[in-house]
Write a protein that binds this ligand. Structure first.
Ligand code: TXA
Ligand code: MG
Length: 330
C-alpha cells in the first residue's frame, strides 16, 4: 500500500516493522526495503520478496552515531577507530561503512561475514522512521534482485507493493544512486561500491583509498558480495553511444543523453535528456528513472551516453558498466 510519508503513516510503518513486517521507505539515495535487523524471520522475508540470494548481505540503517556500537565493534581496533572518526562528518549521508560486526547482528543480515555494513541515512523520513522504531533496520534497495534501484515510491509499489505492508511515499529521492560502500577493515580503506560520496572526498579525509575492481566471480567470493556484473540490468539491451552502429541497428531505439547536445540523430525515439548542462549530479538523480521508463516501452535497444570516471562520474559508470550488454554487435 502506498502511503504519504506524514507523521501518522511513519508511526504506522514503525509499528509494522516492530511487528516483524516489511516496509519500504525513502532515503536520500534510493528507496529501501526495511525489516528490524535483529528480527531474523522478518529479514528472511526481505530476501524472499526481492528474490535475493542469501550470500548477498544487507546494509543496517541506524538513526544516529551513538547507535553504531550496537551493531559494529568499531572501537577495539585503533586503526579502524581512527578511520571511523575521520569519516564521521559524512554521516548522516550516502556513505555505508563496512566494520567488524557485533555477534548480535544475525547471520542472515551479514551473510555470515565477520563484518557488517552500516549507514546513517539523512532523509528526514528515514530518520523519523528509524527513531520511531528505536532499533537498527536492515534494508537493501527496494527492487527485485538484479534490477535497477527504485527512486520513487511508485517504482517500489509497481514492483513489490503487493508483497509488503506499506510503501512510504516521500517523493523522488535526492541523489538517485546508492550509497558509497567503504570498507575500513583492511590494510587500506577500500571502496567496494562507488557512490555519491566520491573517492576524492574520502581521500581528503583518509589519505589513500583503494577502489575494488568489479569481479565476474563475485558470487564465489564472499568478500565481494553484491558486485555481480549484471546487477543493474534493465530488460531492454542497453549500449553506450560510442558502441552504437546505425547501419546494423534495429528499428526502435531510445536514447538517454547526459546533456542537450546540438544534434540528435532523428532515428532515436524517445530521447531523454538527463541534464541540459551535463551536470552529473542531475544525471545521477534521473538516471535509474530514465532507464526504467525507456525499459517499459518495448524498445529494441537503448543507447546511453558515458562520462569520465571521476567524482560522481565513477559511480554512474560503475552502474552503467553493470547494465550494458557486453556486446558491440548493434
Ligand atoms: O544507498 C543505499 O545504500 C541503499 C539505501 C536503501 O540505503 N541500499 C542499498 O542496499 O543499496 P543493497 O542491498 O542494494 O546494496 C548493499 C550492498 C550489497 O552489494 C551488499 O553486497 C553490500 O552492500 N554489503 C552488505 N554488507 C556487506 C559486507 N559485510 N561486506 C561487503 N559488502 C557488503
Ligand atoms: Mg540493491
Amino acid at each position: 500500500m502506498l502511503a504519504q510519508a506524514n507523521k501518522e503513516n511513519i508511526q504506522k510503518a514503525a509499528e509494522y516493522l516492530k511487528a516483524g513486517e516489511l516496509v519500504a521507505f525513502p532515503t536520500e539515495t534510493v528507496y529501501g526495503l526495511g525489516a528490524v535487523a535483529f528480527d531474523e524471520k522478518a529479514v528472511k522475508r526481505i530476501f524472499e520478496v526481492k528474490g535475493r540470494p542469501f550470500f548477498d548481505p544487507l546494509i543496517v540503517h541506524i538513526s544516529k552515531f551513538e547507535e553504531l556500537s550496537s551493531v559494529a565493534d568499531w572501537q577495539s581496533d585503533a586503526l579502524i577507530h581512527e578511520r571511523v572518526l575521520k569519516v564521521r562528518s559524512l554521516w548522516p549521508g550516502p556513505l555505508t561503512l563496512i566494520l567488524p560486526r557485533r555477534p548480535v547482528v544475525p547471520d542472515i543480515v551479514t551473510a555470515k561475514l565477520s563484518t557488517v555494513a552500516v549507514r546513517i541515512p539523512s532523509h528526514t523520513v528515514a530518520q523519523q522512521l528509524l527513531l520511531a522504531v528505536g532499533k537498527p533496520v536492515a534494508a537493501p534497495s527496494a527492487n527485485p534482485f538484479s534490477y535497477v534501484s527504485p527512486t520513487t515510491a511508485r517504482h517500489v509499489d509497481d514492483l513489490i507493493g503487493n508483497k509488503i505492508s506499506m510503501v512510504l511515499d516521500g517523493g523522488p529521492t535526492e541523489f538517485g544512486i546508492e550509497s558509497t560502500i567503504l570498507s575500513l577493515t583492511g590494510e587500506t580503506p577500500e571502496i567496494l561500491r562507488p557512490g555519491i560520496v566520491t573517492k576524492e572526498e574520502l581521500e581528503r579525509l583518509l589519505g589513500k583509498v583503494n577502489l575494488r575492481a568489479p569481479s565476474k566471480d563475485a558470487h564465489k567470493d564472499p568478500l565481494a558480495p553484491g558486485m555481480l556484473e549484471m546487477h543493474y540490468a534493465p530488460r531492454t539491451p542497453l549500449i553506450f553511444s560510442e558502441d552504437y552502429r546505425k547501419a546494423s541497428s534495429p528499428q526502435h531505439v531510445g536514447y538517454i543523453a547526459f546533456s542537450a547536445k546540438n544534434e540528435f540523430d532523428n532515428t532515436f525515439s524517445p530521447i531523454s535528456i538527463l541534464s541540459k548542462t551535463g551536470d552529473l549530479n542531475e544525471v545521477a538523480h534521473k538516471l535509474f528513472a530514465a532507464i526504467r521508463e525507456q525499459d517499459q516501452l518495448g524498445l529494441d535497444l537503448i543507447v546511453i551516453d558515458s562520462c569520465p570516471k571521476t567524482g560522481i562520474g565513477l559511480a554512474i559508470m560503475d552502474r552503467l558498466g553493470k547494465a550494458v550488454r557486453k556486446t558491440t554487435s548493434h
